[in-house]
Design a binder for this molecule. Structure first.
Ligand SMILES: [Zn+2]
Length: 389
């Protein structure tokens, strides 16, 4: 008969090379994540156990589903060999399913494929899009800072920062301490891309590895941080940037600005003593300013934190709180803030994001700009003149 050819022997492949509809395969990979569940069959109400998670062999990371797995064992970090898994595709991504035909057993580290870094495609930071994985990047750490976050009930430390190569700057979040230092050049393998507020960001978790490299042709932190200001219109067009410097004049304040109260648990603004996530709470007083900065080509919102607001205003949170006893009208304090910042020429650097309301800049630095009556100032006064007519 035409299709009587004997079933072929499984061929060992790397996860990167898994294809739908190919012959039987065999893989060796490490468990990155595994979660056990019980599924109830709708047909007869019978229970079936299921283990699902992520596998990686250094060339790619794929989801796997394991029906009727062993009762115990199989933990994060284990290396498995699976013979004849089923290759599937979900939303354009390859997945593996271990069913009754699949033989799965433990394997050793030494059986994992040896992946030389040069086998993994190299990407420039400007080419990173969400979703993307299985690449390496070489970049300069421009800055890095430690931040503590709450994930569920757990406190975790995240290392946030900025990477730069010759083509772009991209923000990163590392969930593992890779001991990154600003100024060093690194090669990163095994990270993935996620979109954060409309801009791609590199995420490093336990799958990622970092190697120090020479990086002589990479920009220095100073060249990235002292980059000349860009036109706000350009940020409106590109949709944001991990690091951008703009220069303009403060033409207004957006609410909420001035004295605000924040939820003690999530720091969101509290409205009428209620956090929209945590219900009634006793708000913690804070100062902020949402400055509208105009450079003649466009305007954006600068989210100034307490320290920056106090510096621009020349008034501290303590002064506002004690002053409220004599002058209990919050609106009067807001006009005092507006008076202090209106018309100030500022140079602001930070990460810019765009949404339906326009571009918002989360500043790293806010400095007074030299007063010079250049063309952009003329354009600005022309625009303000138009607006008032
Ligand atoms: Zn809250």
């Amino acid at each position: 008969m035409a299709d009587a050819s004997p079933p072929s022997e499984p061929v060992e492949v790397r996860l990167r090379d898994l294809r739908l509809g190919s012959g039987p395969v065999e893989i060796v990979a490490r468990v990155l994540r595994a979660e056990r569940r019980e599924i109830t069959r709708s047909s007869d109400g019978g229970r079936r156990s299921l283990l699902s998670g992520l596998l990686s062999d250094g060339t790619a990371t794929v989801r796997f589903t394991w029906w009727d797995p062993p009762r115990e064992g199989v933990e994060r970090g284990d290396v498995l060999r699976a013979v004849a898994p089923e290759v599937r595709e979900f939303r354009g991504r390859t997945e593996l399913s271990f069913g009754w035909k699949t033989r799965v057993g433990p394997a050793s580290e030494a059986e994992l494929p040896v992946v030389r870094p040069e086998e993994i495609p190299s990407r420039g930071l400007k080419d990173l899009t969400d979703p993307m994985e299985g690449f390496r990047v070489v970049a300069r750490v421009v800055r890095v800072a430690e931040r503590s976050v709450t994930v569920g009930d757990e406190r975790r430390v995240v290392y946030d920062g900025l990477l730069a190569d010759g083509g772009a700057t991209v923000g990163f979040s590392a969930w593992v301490d890779f001991r990154l230092r600003s100024g060093e050049a690194v090669e990163i393998v095994g990270a993935y891309v996620r979109e954060f507020r409309g801009t791609p960001q590199l995420v490093l978790d336990e799958r990622a590895s970092v190697r120090r490299v020479e990086g002589t042709d990479l920009p220095t932190p100073a060249t990235v941080l002292d980059a000349p200001p860009v036109a706000i219109a350009q940020l409106e067009d590109t949709g944001g940037a991990a690091s951008a410097s703009v220069q303009g004049v403060v033409v207004g304040l957006l609410p909420p600005s001035g004295l605000v109260y924040r939820c003690p648990r999530c720091r969101r603004s509290v409205q009428d003593g209620t956090c929209r996530e945590h219900g009634p709470v006793t708000g913690i007083p804070d100062l902020r300013a949402r400055l509208v900065l105009d450079d003649g080509t466009g305007a954006l919102t600068v989210n100034a934190d307490r320290a920056t607001t106090e510096r621009l205003w020349g008034t501290t949170l303590e002064q506002v709180l004690s002053g409220l006893r004599d002058r209990p009208d919050p609106a009067a304090w807001e006009s005092s803030l507006l008076e202090a910042v209106f018309g100030r020429r500022l140079r602001v650097r930070g990460s810019a994001t765009r949404d339906d309301f326009g571009v918002t800049l989360q500043p790293d630095t806010v400095e007074p700009a030299e007063v010079d009556l250049d063309a952009s100032a003329d354009r600005l006064s022309a625009r303000l003149g138009d607006g008032r007519r």
